[in-house]
Design a protein around this ligand. Structure first.
Ligand code: BTN
Length: 263
């Protein structure tokens, strides 16, 4: 059983530990909309019976082996247009945490667009951001985080865990405490007060850590697979690829990375 012991000012000050629940994101949304939680509250479950992933997929995680939790964040009037900026900021902080915690060469961990964390080319973490809107602004967000920590086998060949990569069992609760502390120290929620230079830094850091950046890879959109070079992600969150036709932009889910390399 986890005892909350992270030394944070904000994130995780309220902490709900559950052995099981349907989805921590669903529960966090209910608590948030009923006003029953403070901003920064963390809802953690050892097991989710209906864990959800991006784009209506499910998130399957072996009970007691990984970390599955959600953080409720109230934001003061984040413009809708900054939605992807918020996604970028969270992604780079999650990545920054892994790079710091495991103090590995920086190119082992990457962000796979839009917000997965890849380790040595395999997915070890995913983010599910669910924003609430009020009068044209994002007033709050439930940030669902799924980390593959000690699980040893996966249904999909593109998924892996920290334990597989580092050949050892990881202390999940120590990892969680450190992650909450890192987010507490690094994640600014005053997005409306970020200046242009700070915003540009978020875009730049996100692009620089993208998995597959400047590499030629196979992609699949509506028709046949094609080879393209990843150039970056624009401010709206569209993937920028250079193909034989020139520069093209793709929306989330309209294009897929294929795993086999270009010969
Ligand atoms: C993805 O990569 O598809 C996003 C996965 C997000 C999974 C987490 S686990 C905790 C939280 N509760 C959920 O139901 N989903 C998120």
């Amino acid at each position: 059983m986890y005892n909350y012991s992270a030394n944070t000012q904000y994130i995780g000050k309220q902490f709900l530990y559950l052995t099981t629940c349907h989805s921590t994101n669903d529960l966090a949304k209910t608590l948030n909309s009923s006003g029953l939680c403070k901003s920064g509250m963390v809802i953690f479950a050892e097991n989710q019976t209906k864990g959800r992933g991006q784009q209506g997929t499910s998130w399957v995680s072996e009970p007691g082996q990984n970390l599955t939790f959600s953080i409720v964040l109230r934001l003061s009037q984040l413009p809708l247009a900054s939605q992807f900026l918020f996604n970028k900021a969270l992604s780079i902080h999650l990545l920054g945490f892994f790079r710091t915690y495991f103090s590995n060469p920086p190119d082992t961990f990457h962000i796979k667009w839009p917000n997965d964390v890849y380790l040595n080319g395999k997915k070890i973490a995913g983010l599910l951001l669910e924003n609430s809107l009020s009068r044209g602004y994002i007033s709050s967000s439930v940030v669902g985080i799924g980390l593959n920590v000690n699980q040893q086998t996966f249904e999909f060949p593109t998924a892996s865990s920290l334990s597989i990569a580092f050949h050892r069992t990881i202390d999940r609760y120590e990892l969680l405490n450190s992650l909450l502390q890192y987010l507490d120290e690094n994640l600014s929620l005053n997005f409306e007060s970020l200046n242009t230079a700070e915003i540009q830094t978020i875009h730049k850091v996100y692009d620089a850590t993208l998995w597959g950046l400047h590499q030629q890879r196979w992609y699949q959109a509506a028709a046949d697979p094609f080879i393209a070079t990843l150039k970056g992600v624009d401010e709206q969150g569209l993937l920028i690829l250079e193909t034989n036709e020139g520069i093209e932009r793709f929306e989330i889910k309209s294009v897929q990375f294929l795993n086999h390399p270009v010969d």
